[in-house]
Unconditional design. Structure first.
Length: 161
């Protein structure tokens, strides 16, 4: 068994018995798409809700390209498109915002909305989520159990999705 790090903008695909891990997630979204039967799963570490035209960054950096690319990579590795499911974590509001700037600057909320929209457009069910709040998280996805362990920055307890 090996644990693979997933950093901002990364898309990493693995299979049982490996794990995927993202540390220090704030307003980013960690999206896991998996096939329960083949135990093939991928994780994207999404920074922003939509692609910035002037940025040639990796497709995992933006919700609009990350969802499509993550699905594609899981299927290429042997996941069945009709069985794919998803879980997401993150989207925290890391800074206090005024009522005038909340809609634009609440990147975590915008990220979560964008990821959900792209999952829906692509017919991938979202079966569990741990989003919003005001604290960072670190997560580990276990491909053998399809569980995500969430470790909160400011608490001593863990949560499982």
């Amino acid at each position: 068994m090996e644990t693979f790090p997933v950093r901002i903008g990364d898309i990493v695909v693995t299979q049982n018995p490996n794990k995927l891990e993202a540390l220090g997630v704030g307003s980013c979204i960690i999206l896991v798409i998996y096939d329960e039967i083949t135990k093939i799963a991928g994780m994207a570490h999404i920074l922003l809700p939509e692609t910035i035209k002037s940025d040639n960054g990796p497709p995992g950096k933006y919700a609009d390209s990350a969802v499509i690319e993550l699905i594609r990579q899981v299927v290429i590795k042997g996941g069945n498109r009709n069985r794919l499911k998803s879980k997401m974590v993150g989207g925290a509001r890391m800074f206090e915002l005024s009522s005038q700037t909340e809609g634009i600057l609440d990147v975590g909320k915008r990220n979560a909305i964008a990821v959900k929209l792209w999952l829906e457009k692509n017919g991938i069910p979202l079966v569990a989520e741990d989003i919003s709040g005001s604290q960072g998280r670190s997560i580990t996805y276990d491909s053998s159990t399809n569980q995500i362990e969430i470790r909160y920055a400011l608490h001593t307890y863990n949560r499982y999705l």
